[in-house]
Design a protein around this ligand. Structure first.
Ligand code: ADP
Length: 448
């Protein structure tokens, strides 16, 4: 849908001026800005000149189109008086076309027309049918001025356009100057930044060298600690074993009889020495594991066998009638590539702890295959461990304060975690005080 604003005939040279002037008037009336008014007027006069020369003129109509879609445009149709030789008249190509949004040859009710259009900034609300009727009336009233008048106007416009071009050129020169200035600034900044970067890089490199050196020292320190522990505990083992033997001898019925007090004191010596031996053995194990001196003896291990043995050996420890030891049957195929002795050590340690720290309920061993890995879980319904201590219990000698443990060295869990790592797996804990503890040993089915 479009609504007609104005129509006029283009026949002679002087009509070209009139068309130009009327084009400008219509453009002004529909709200196009000054530059656009000149553009459309110029495009019209260029096309009009061609038409007068080639086919003796045209009938020209001005419309407002596209109001319904909310993108109104001023549309001008020039219907040539005689059929156009399209090969000679191509208004849509060239500089004129650039002055408007579209310029095309089109078919309108069987007649070929040249159609140009330019979007207007007004919207559908301002271009109401009533407003368009007013514009139509206004344009019909205004009489076209003479060709000379239009020429004067055109000259003025030309001068203004020239002025504008000149001022644009001056602006361009200023901009160019500024750009060069900015470029110099950027270059200087870039150089400065590169220097700073280089400086920082040197610092980082030095820092890394220092870090490397420190970690070498650290490794050396840790190795000598392990070596010291291994040596000391090894050296202590023989005398402590001797003390235990001697105490047993003293208390033996074949020896001279002891007074009750003496027998009590010898008993104390013996139990202390036994504790000491346990500590020394644990220390030796841990030191060996830390120094990397334990080489797992890889083989295909049947978990059913391991679990069976644990069930047997730990039953003796599960002396409280309120606590049940449940060793579940692992699902088939219950095999894993591992070191049977080391794996048993880890599980025995965890089960032993479970029995130690559970007053009531159960201690359970359970295995599952999840995503191609064994998840072996030791859970209990015991005292539990506060969340903030979940990592600390894996530190050497750490024991949760107030946990009614009795005997213990605080070395079991660090050792168990070491072994788990040696076996290619990991040992994690989840626990809540008062609700029990869950240790999970995660092992790859095919070993490390
Ligand atoms: P130990 O048992 O010889 O004291 P561990 O390294 O095996 O040493 O354990 C460290 C500490 O972690 C224990 O003293 C105890 O406080 C806590 N702990 C370990 N296992 C459990 C468990 N199943 N329930 C509650 N606390 C536990």
């Amino acid at each position: 849908m479009s609504s007609l604003l104005l129509q006029m005939a283009l026949r002679t040279e002087s009509d070209i001026f009139v068309l130009r002037q009327r084009g400008r008037e219509v453009a002004t009336a529909v709200g196009l800005e000054y530059q656009d008014q000149i553009r459309i007027a110029t495009a019209l006069s260029e096309v009009a000149r061609d038409l007068v020369g080639a086919v003796g003129g045209a009938d020209v109509t001005f419309h407002i189109a596209g109001v319904e879609e909310g993108r109104p445009a001023l549309r001008v149709d020039l219907a040539p008086l005689r059929p156009l030789d399209e090969s000679r008249c191509e208004p849509q190509s060239g500089a004129v076309a650039r002055l408007v949004d579209s310029l095309e040859l089109t078919e309108d009710e069987g007649v070929t027309v040249i159609r140009m259009s330019r979007r207007v900034p007004a919207n559908a609300e301002t271009l109401t049918p009533q407003r368009l009727a007013e514009l139509r009336a206004q344009l019909a009233l205004s009489a076209p001025a003479s060709a000379l008048d239009e020429l004067t106007v055109q000259n003025e416009q030309l001068i203004a356009a020239l002025d504008e071009v000149r001022s644009h050129r001056d602006e361009l020169a200023v901009l160019n100057e500024e750009l060069q200035e900015t470029n110099r600034g950027v270059l200087a900044l870039y150089n400065q930044l590169s220097e700073e970067l280089e400086e920082t890089n040197r610092g980082v490199v030095a820092l890394y060298a220092e870090l490397d050196e420190k970690s070498v020292q650290l490794r050396a320190a840790s190795e000598s600690k392990s070596r010291f522990l291994a040596n000391v505990s090894h050296e202590l083992r023989a005398p402590v074993t001797a003390v235990i033997g001697l105490a047993r001898l003293l208390a033996d019925s074949a020896s001279d009889p002891l007074t009750d007090e003496q027998a009590r004191q010898v008993g104390l010596i013996r139990s202390s020495a036994t504790d000491l031996l346990a500590l020394v053995n644990d220390l030796l194990d841990l030191a060996k594991a830390e120094s990397g001196r334990i080489e797992p003896d890889w083989a295909t291990v049947d978990l059913r066998v391991v679990f069976g043995q644990l069930r047997g050996t730990l039953r003796a420890l599960a002396t409280r009638p309120e606590v049940e030891l449940v060793v579940e049957e692992p699902p088939a195929p219950a095999t894993v590539r591992s070191d049977e002795a080391l794996l048993s050590r880890v599980l025995r340690n965890l089960l032993h702890n479970g029995l130690k720290f559970t007053e009531q309920g159960e201690v359970r061993l359970h295995a599952d295959l999840v995503d191609g890995r064994w998840r072996i879980v030791v859970s209990d319904t015991g005292v539990g461990i506060p969340p903030e201590l979940h990592e600390r219990i894996f530190e050497e000698f750490y024991q949760v304060p107030g946990s009614a443990s009795g005997a213990g060295t605080g070395l079991g869990l660090p050792y168990a975690r070491r072994l788990a790592m040696l076996l290619g797996g990991a040992l994690r804990v989840a626990s809540e005080p008062g609700r029990g503890t869950v240790f999970t040993l995660d092992l790859p089915v095919d070993g490390a």
